[in-house]
Each structure stands twice: as structure tokens, then as C-alpha cells.
Design a binder for this molecule. Structure first.
Ligand code: GLA
Length: 373
């Protein structure tokens, strides 16, 4: 009888130990601060750089708005400040959505990055045409650009601390330089120079950025640098470069990421990572339909690879905190990402730090694990 009792005590103690081990492993993974309602990425990175997120008006209520307030201290309008949204017809300005985002940010003490003032996409066609439908002259187009930039910057003056002035002006083809957009066709390189000058005149305090993608690929990096250097040499008021960071499990490599940060900052520019996401699929440029049987399962192996890639890039970001002034995620969680539709329509992607229930993913814990060296 005594032996039996001892045996039962032993089994009981054994299971209590297992339970304690499990609890303590979890406690190690989840930092104590995390359970505080308002403590998030922004606080872990307080002495490094601000942490932002791209949003639409639909994100500003309910559980997503709670997540935004807990995790982020910088905001970008995903679409609401683009030319096509703000001035779809000449002189007709639609401020409602942009205003809502700005008001939400101001009310909650969140900084605002403006995005964007001049781009070849999501730009209304009227700007390039006269009343007869013919292409406008360079003088007319630059005047319209000036009017647009001045109106938008003036409306949010003192509230928006940095602007993406020109977006994606470099061609995708490595043997070409500036993209053959309507802006370029009508104005040559001057549309870039003038956009920065107009923005600076409207708000001399705002930090002005050139923003682009695939900025760590050495061939594109050098063409972007050529543009940035020529702007600086001409005395154009530019403060920094926005590296969009639409990345994947395959790129960038640590070497290319470091080289990019060093090359861009070597000409005296600040760096912001403006549209971070980490696709679980390799980069593709052209849109296509999802192939029959093409899997979009977010397997454990993919979760781990993604966490490792996020760990690497944030380790590098921390090392270069002197030149990096913001890191912004493009969308809030895997509940919705623009990559669910692009480039493969209907293929789910899982590129962010929070899952479809807004819970932190493995990648999140790596991003706040400052022991990653
Ligand atoms: C580019 C633009 C962003 C956004 C993304 C895709 O990177 O800069 O505004 O449109 O594409 O969503």
C-alpha cells in the first residue's frame, strides 16, 4: 500500500514538472511586456526607429485599430493619398479618406508618412491631357503637378513629417535608366527635380523621399544611386531614400541588404524601409492566374523560413539604426495583404507579422528577439 502511494506521488510530481517546463518555455518566448495592452513593436524599437503600417479607412475601427495602436507609432495611407484617389478629376479633391487616416493618427499620437505625390500608377489620365484629349505640354504638366503637390502638402502641413515625393521612376529593364512613363515622356528628368522643389516650397520642414522597389538588387541599386546622386549634385531638396522592401524568403540576402544600406547612406541620405512584407513565394513581376493544384498552404517549414528571414533583416536594421529612421509594414496582418491578389490572382499569401486572427506569428517573436546577432 505504502509503495503504491509513493508510486502515485512520483507520477503526480512527474506531470507537475512537465507542466512547469511547458509553462516556462512559453514564458521565455513571450516577453513579459507583451501582455501589457499598449506595449508593442513600437516600444521594443523605441530607441531604434519608428515602426509603421499602411492602412485604409476600414482598418481604423474594431480589432485592427486596437492592434495598430498597440504595435505601431507611424502610419501610411495605403491608397488614400495617391493622386488618383485625391484628385481623380481636375480641381476636384476628395479628402475624406485621407482626412480620416490623418485624424486617427493625430488623435492617437501616431506619426504620419505621406505616400505619394508623383507616380506612374494610380494617376488619373486627365493630368496628361488637354480638353481635346491631346497630350499636354511640359509647362502645363509641371503646373498641374505643382498645383497638386501644393494642395496636398498644404492640407496636412505640420501633421505629415515625411513624404514619398516620387515613386518608382527607375525602369525595370537593367539596360535602361529612367522609366518610360508619361511623366518622363513629357517632362524628361525634370518632373523628378520639380516634384521635390514644389514639395519643399510647400513645406520646408517635411522630409522628402525618393521611393522604389528591388532596391537591394545590385544592378537596380546602382541605377537608383545614379539618380539620387544626380539630384544631390543639382542641389535638389531630398532627405532620403525609401526602400519599399517587398521581399521574399529568397531575397534580399544579408550581403545585398547591408551593401544597399551602406551605398545609399554613403551619399548622405537617410533610409526608411517603407513597404515591408515577406512573401512566402519567390518574386514574380507579371500577373497570372493561379495554376490548378498550386498550393498556398503556409506550412511549418515556410513559417520557420519566414521567421528566419525576418530575424535577419531586423538584426541588420538594428545595426544601422543611425541611418534608418523608419520601418513600415505594408498592411496590418495576414488577414489582408495586397499580395493575396498580386501577382497571382486568388493565391493567399502570409507576408506579415500577425496571422489572420491578428495574433503574433513566429516571425514576430524573432523581430523582437534582440538576442539575434
Ligand atoms: C507599390 C506602391 C504602393 C502599393 C504597392 C502595392 O509598392 O508604392 O503604394 O501600391 O505597390 O500595393
Amino acid at each position: 500500500m505504502f509503495r503504491k502511494l509513493q508510486f502515485l506521488q512520483f507520477i503526480g510530481a512527474f506531470w507537475i514538472c512537465i507542466f512547469l517546463v511547458i509553462i516556462s518555455c512559453r514564458a521565455q518566448q513571450v516577453p513579459e511586456n507583451y501582455s501589457n495592452d499598449s506595449f508593442g513593436l513600437k516600444d521594443f524599437y523605441q530607441s531604434y526607429f519608428s515602426i509603421g503600417v499602411a492602412v485604409g479607412v476600414k482598418n481604423l475601427t474594431g480589432d485592427e485599430s486596437q492592434l495598430i495602436k498597440k504595435q505601431f507609432n507611424s502610419i501610411t495611407a495605403e491608397n488614400a493619398m495617391k493622386m488618383g484617389s485625391i484628385q481623380p478629376r481636375e480641381g476636384k479633391f476628395y479628402w475624406r479618406e485621407a482626412d480620416s487616416i490623418v485624424n486617427f493618427a493625430v488623435k492617437n499620437g501616431i506619426k504620419i508618412r505621406g505616400h505619394n505625390l508623383c507616380w506612374h500608377e494610380q494617376t488619373p489620365d486627365w493630368i496628361f491631357k488637354d480638353s481635346k484629349g491631346n497630350e499636354v505640354t511640359k509647362a502645363v504638366l509641371l503646373q498641374r503637378l505643382k498645383d497638386h503637390i501644393t494642395a496636398v502638402i498644404n492640407r496636412y502641413k505640420g501633421k505629415i513629417y515625411a513624404w514619398d515625393v516620387v515613386n518608382e521612376a527607375i525602369d525595370d529593364n537593367p539596360s535602361k535608366y529612367l522609366r518610360d512613363s508619361k511623366w518622363y515622356k513629357i517632362c524628361g528628368e525634370d518632373f523628378i527635380i520639380k516634384a521635390f522643389e514644389y514639395a519643399h516650397a510647400a513645406d520646408p520642414e517635411a522630409k522628402l523621399y525618393y521611393n522604389d522597389y528591388n532596391t537591394e538588387r545590385p544592378e537596380k541599386r546602382e541605377r537608383i544611386l545614379k539618380l539620387l546622386k544626380s539630384l544631390k549634385d543639382k542641389g535638389v531638396p531630398i532627405d532620403g531614400v525609401g526602400l519599399q522592401a517587398h521581399w521574399s524568403l529568397q531575397e534580399p540576402t544579408e550581403k545585398d541588404l547591408r551593401a544597399a544600406i551602406e551605398r545609399y547612406s554613403s551619399i548622405g541620405l537617410k533610409i526608411q524601409f517603407t513597404e515591408v512584407d515577406m512573401s512566402i513565394y519567390p518574386w514574380e513581376k507579371e500577373r497570372r492566374a493561379r495554376k490548378p493544384g498550386e498550393s498556398d498552404e503556409f506550412t511549418l517549414a515556410l513559417q520557420q523560413k519566414q521567421a528566419a528571414q525576418y530575424a535577419m533583416v531586423f538584426k541588420v536594421f538594428r545595426e544601422y539604426k543611425d541611418v534608418i529612421t523608419n520601418v513600415t509594414f505594408w498592411n496590418i496582418s495576414d488577414r489582408y495583404s495586397w499580395l493575396d491578389e498580386y501577382p497571382v490572382m486568388g493565391r493567399k499569401n502570409y507576408p506579415l507579422l500577425f496571422d489572420t486572427n491578428l495574433q503574433p506569428k513566429k516571425a514576430y517573436w524573432e523581430v523582437i528577439n534582440f538576442k539575434n546577432k
